[in-house]
Design a protein around this ligand. Structure first.
Ligand SMILES: [Zn+2]
Length: 232
């Protein structure tokens, strides 16, 4: 047991060094940042809408949660996902993430998933979010890669279609219902999420200094995948 712990620490340190030293150029190997994020240190409860998925599909949806949890400390987000079980409908509660099906297919963009999010605060942090997966997306590996990608949006990352293949979880999917072989964050994703959380910590300090800030949190974002929805 001790040997495993030591090995895990060595692996984590090695990943950290690798993330720091590897070249991560935005648009080439690294996605741009700027989307909303879960609040630092939050425990996010994840629900799967029961009637939308086959029981055999659920494990494909949950695999990326563990991949992102594994880099929680490295990114500085300290966000952890916890599977809370199936639900009859999407949950709109604080720090809740639902995974559901819905027709979101876009032929031109090969867009088969969508992130719907809501922020009640004025600091660009998420209150709740839904990952919406088109019924056409059924391949188990593609489901895993799609959820890993949408979770990237949850950490402030934008799509990076110009990024080299397999350099980021935010790569475009080459073909409909075919995995892009990116089931979890890369070193450049870790570096970019770290930057996003540093940025939001600075912004939060700035926001606290502003008096009478009229902004109430939600605002539309012009991106093909993540959408911050108006107050429900
Ligand atoms: Zn996307």
């Amino acid at each position: 047991m001790k040997v495993i712990s030591v090995l895990l620490i060595i692996l984590a340190t090695w990943l950290q060094l690798w993330a720091q030293t590897r070249r991560c150029e935005v648009g080439a190997q690294a996605p741009p940042v700027g989307f909303w994020t879960w609040p630092a240190g939050s425990q996010v409860k994840v629900y799967v809408v029961e009637s939308d998925f086959q029981p055999s599909e659920v494990s494909s949806l949950l695999t990326p949660l563990a991949s992102w949890n594994a880099v929680s400390e490295l990114t500085g987000s300290r966000v952890k996902f916890e599977y809370a079980g199936t639900a009859a409908s999407p949950k709109h509660c604080d720090n809740c993430l639902s995974i559901e099906r819905g027709v979101v297919f876009d032929k031109q963009k090969r867009h088969l998933t969508e992130l719907r999010a809501y922020g009640a605060r004025s600091d660009r942090t998420l209150s709740w979010a839904s990952i919406v997966i088109d019924p056409a997306l059924t391949n188990p590996k593609a489901l895993t890669d799609a959820v890993a990608h949408e979770l990237g949006h949850n950490f402030g990352l934008f799509d990076c279609y110009s990024c080299k293949a397999r350099s980021t979880v935010m790569n475009q999917f080459g073909r409909v219902n075919v995995a892009n072989e990116m089931p979890g964050p890369t070193a450049c994703d870790v570096a970019q999420v770290k930057a996003a959380y540093k940025q939001s910590a600075l912004q939060a300090t700035g926001t606290a200094l502003l008096k009478n800030n009229p902004e109430q949190g939600e605002e539309p974002v012009d991106d093909d995948t993540p959408i911050v929805v108006p107050k429900p």
